[in-house]
Design a protein around this ligand. Structure first.
Ligand code: G3I
Length: 348
């Protein structure tokens, strides 16, 4: 048996994995218990799964993950309360079934905004009251920044934004705080948060929200990264910026794709991935974890967006963009759950 990742880093931060409920059993389940002390739902806690129809809550799948975390004494990250993706359409329809975004009458628009915020509050209240004793970290708002947005603050022009402005973000955080209590840890989560334009936009938003008394405890950095992008320094620099605001940092969705974006030049099969690519990845992981460890005072949790190479969202991406070619290999365990050079590079 190889050394558990969680023990290697027990003095620094928690080590987590994102999972689907089927992965709580079999070898996946054993891997989880051995290597990880934190867990996140890859999909089943998103609005589309929890409240597919208004007022009809479905906690069955989410409960499985909550139970597993409890039984195995693992931290639990809730992902995610508000997101522009994987949210059912009914949230954004007015009482007559018309799309709220198309409403032009100012009075009706105001009513729609109230209705949407009410729905959001109800969604969050129900979840928080059910899970507040079990959840350690809440991904309250996910991906609210879009550096390509046409507004100058880089606010993602999702339906949430078009209907409520930034009120949906404020309502979300305040509602979690109200029902989960002062000790709950609330995060704003995003991708490409390494130092640069997007980090600045996120920073400005978070600073403004904090000034307005919005309860935010930390920033979640998804960290879907590549072999040579972005620079490790930029990842650390960004976390330092947020730490200066008094916030915690967590790496919430780590994976190191062996491909660029879009995933061109892909290898025909997993077995065909050259050893030098595995070694390059090991070097990348080594550099990252060394930097994380050196900055463990500003990072509390590092979560991989999966357990082993057999199951990764990056493969759907290859399917969509590269005719199904390009099985990715983003983790430190291979498709048979064996350790890769990347494992040794973060253990030694
Ligand atoms: O559950 C249905 C299934 O019933 C259906 O037969 C099948 C056919 O396509 O789809 C299944 O749903 C898929 C779901 O994953 C569960 O497997 C969705 O199509 C698919 O879009 C969805 O992808 C997820 C994606 O978020 C959605 O945008 C990925 O698994 C998940 O890894 C990914 O995670 C996101 C984070 O939440 C936020 N940050 C980025 C990250 C990667 O995109």
């Amino acid at each position: 048996e190889v050394e558990p990742l969680k023990e290697r880093y027990e003095d620094s931060f928690e080590i987590g994995a994102a999972v689907e409920p089927y992965q709580l059993e079999g070898t996946h389940g054993e891997m989880l218990k051995h290597h990880y002390n934190s867990i996140t739902a890859e999909n089943v806690m998103k609005p589309i799964n929890i409240q597919p129809e208004e007022g009809k809550f479905n906690f069955e799948e989410a409960d499985k993950i909550v139970k597993f975390a409890k039984e195995n004494d693992m931290k639990l990250r809730f992902h995610a309360l508000v997101w522009h993706s994987q949210v059912p359409e009914w949230f954004f329809l007015d009482r007559k079934g018309n799309p709220m975004v198309e409403e032009t009458d100012p009075k009706q628009r105001e009513k729609n905004k109230k209705l949407l915020l009410k729905r959001l509050e109800k969604h969050i209240k129900k979840i928080v009251l059910r899970y507040r004793d079990e959840v350690d970290y809440w991904d309250v708002a996910n991906e609210v920044i879009d550096e390509y947005a046409s507004n100058d603050r880089g606010l993602r022009e999702s339906k949430w934004y078009q209907i409520t402005g930034t009120d949906y973000i404020k309502t979300a955080f305040k509602t979690v705080r109200k029902y989960a209590g002062e000790d709950a840890k609330l995060y704003i989560n995003d991708y490409n948060t390494h130092a640069g334009q997007k980090a600045d936009l996120l920073y400005n938003l978070v600073r403004d929200l904090l000034e307005q008394g919005v309860p935010i405890d930390g920033v979640g950095h998804q960290s879907h990264i590549q072999l040579d992008w972005p620079q490790t320094d930029e990842i650390i620099e960004s976390m330092e910026m947020f730490a200066e605001l008094g916030l915690d940092n967590q790496i919430t969705e780590l994976d190191v794709s062996i491909y660029g974006w879009p995933p061109t030049g892909a290898y025909p099969t997993y077995e065909a991935i050259p050893e030098e690519v595995h070694l390059a990845q090991a070097e990348r992981y080594n550099e990252l974890f060394q930097a994380f460890e050196e900055h463990d005072d500003i990072i509390s949790n590092i979560t991989f967006w999966g357990i082993a190479d057999d199951h990764t969202w990056l493969d759907d991406r290859a399917e969509n963009y590269n005719d199904g070619i390009g099985k990715d290999a983003p983790f430190v365990f291979d498709i048979n759950f064996n350790v890769k050079p990347s494992y040794w590079s973060i253990i030694d």
